[in-house]
Design a binder for this molecule. Structure first.
Ligand code: GDP
Ligand code: FE
Ligand code: FE
Ligand code: FE
Length: 195
């Protein structure tokens, strides 16, 4: 896939190189698999494959930054101070979008929203939001028990896959006594309970 230059001021190879430099090899390989899944889902759902590629390649760009860097970024950009009460799992998406914007010069709001929303979703998700959220869950390296079911569902019906993933993630978090981020409950109410 070739980039137009509209959303990132360089080639795909240059973006891949920037991402590779920021991540461990293990996570970099995850990101490349998310990109493959996201491009497939974009073609199936009439979404820009270029935006899908850029959002997928950058969705976990900041994930290996330190807690102190995230806290500094939250303060520097006057983001919601409640974010300070949470951790990497929410920061790497929501604060990560800011870091991607400032370090990589990606300013397209749809791409930044897809990065921001990729972990817990939101009640109203664009097709791009949905396919990044789902691609992250079904990329070919995922091997949790229901991964094959989620994968088949994703390539048949994107919205059904969002519902499946949202329910599955909450069930997993509750079964392991993890804290549920409040916005994840709102996503659940809109997508799982509301449908
Ligand atoms: P990854 O970055 O590719 O590993 O995938 P995600 O960004 O989707 O998820 C990152 C981590 O956050 C995973 O371990 C999820 O289980 C976890 N996570 C997602 N939602 C919540 C939540 O509401 N609360 C907690 N404690 N963890 C969550
Ligand atoms: Fe992530
Ligand atoms: Fe996810
Ligand atoms: Fe990911």
């Amino acid at each position: 896939i070739e980039y137009s230059g509209e959303f990132f001021s360089g080639t795909r190879a240059e973006l891949v190189a920037a991402v590779k430099q920021s991540l461990s090899e293990h996570r970099f390989q995850h990101v490349l698999r998310v990109e493959q899944a996201a491009i497939k889902l974009a073609k199936l759902n009439d979404v820009s494959t270029e935006k899908a590629s850029i959002a997928a390649l950058t969705h976990d760009y900041s994930k290996e930054r330190s807690d102190s860097e995230f806290k500094e970024t939250i303060k520097k950009y006057s983001m919601d101070p409640d974010l300070l009460n949470w951790g990497n799992f929410i920061w790497h998406g929501v604060v990560g979008a800011q870091i991607v914007s400032h370090e990589l010069g990606i300013t397209d709001p749809e791409i930044l929203n897809a990065i921001s929303r990729h972990t817990v979703g939101v009640p109203k998700m664009t097709k791009l939001d949905q396919l990044i959220y789902v691609a992250d869950f079904v990329e070919d390296g995922r091997d949790f028990p229901d991964a094959q079911i989620a994968r088949s569902l994703a390539y048949a019906d994107l919205q059904a896959a969002v519902i499946f993933e949202t329910k599955h993630t909450l069930q997993y978090l509750m079964s392991s006594n993890k804290t549920i981020y409040p916005a994840a409950i709102q996503t659940y109410n809109a997508w799982v309970a509301g449908h």
